[in-house]
Write a protein that binds this ligand. Structure first.
Ligand SMILES: C[S@@+](CC[C@H](N)C(=O)[O-])C[C@H]1O[C@@H](n2cnc3c(N)ncnc32)[C@H](O)[C@@H]1O
Length: 203
């Protein structure tokens, strides 16, 4: 199986998320969205079924580029984007995408990558962000809590079997990002198992 192929899980993705996390993933993903300003160019990387597009903050954006590898995820996201006329959907690999953005939204995408691709992705995110732009990352973080560790292993196994997930383990995502970015705002959810942070480029 090719890596990170989410077509097979697209029909059940939102149901699974709701069953396991209730509303907390959506709450975490939307926590910092008031950063969007009138006229911003926004990139959403690996946006999945596009639940986030329902948030009213996106109405202010001048353009929203939605880059997602899975055709079936994109079809679902298109439904959630009704009323947002400035969204362009790109069914492609993020690593092949070019552009310059005021805000890049990268939620539960970096956890799909192995260590080398995580490093490459952080470098690419830095290249694509305007010098005064912001990077919004929401994702999981390793904690010492036993049930969080068990849930992490179960999710990794599930997505490895059904989507060919590239990641074999949950990497220290904030540490990888902080090689190129500095964190402006960091919010924790689920006792630190989930974080949502706004970053700006180091240089
Ligand atoms: C775990 S899901 C998260 C979806 C969404 N961001 C959310 O929080 O519900 C990861 C998403 O990233 C997409 N993806 C994985 N690798 C990708 C790549 N190289 N380029 C674009 N999208 C990718 C998958 O197709 C999948 O929809």
């Amino acid at each position: 199986m090719k890596e990170n192929q989410f077509d097979s899980v697209a029909p059940v993705y939102d149901t699974l998320v709701k069953l396991i996390f209730g509303k907390s993933l959506y709450k975490a993903q939307t926590h910092h969205l008031d950063i969007i300003e009138q006229g911003d160019k926004v990139l959403i990387v690996g946006g999945g079924t596009g639940q986030i597009l329902k948030h009213k903050a996106f109405r202010k954006a001048e353009s929203i580029d939605y880059v997602e590898l899975s055709t079936k995820m994109i079809k679902r996201a298109q439904k959630h984007a009704s009323g947002l006329h400035q969204v362009s959907f790109y069914q492609k690999d993020f690593f092949d995408h070019e552009g310059q953005y005021d805000l890049i939204v990268c939620n539960f995408f970096l956890d799909c990558l192995d260590e080398d691709h995580l490093t490459l992705a952080v470098r690419k995110l830095e290249e694509m962000l305007q010098p005064n732009g912001s990077l919004l990352v929401t994702d999981f973080r390793n904690t010492s809590n036993f049930s969080n560790r068990l849930l992490t292993s179960t999710m990794l196994l599930f997505f490895r079997v059904f989507s060919g997930l590239q990641a074999k383990t949950l990497h220290d995502i904030p540490k990888a990002i902080e090689r190129k970015f500095v964190s402006d705002k960091m919010q924790e959810f689920k006792r630190g198992f989930i974080f949502s942070a706004l970053y700006r480029p180091l240089n």
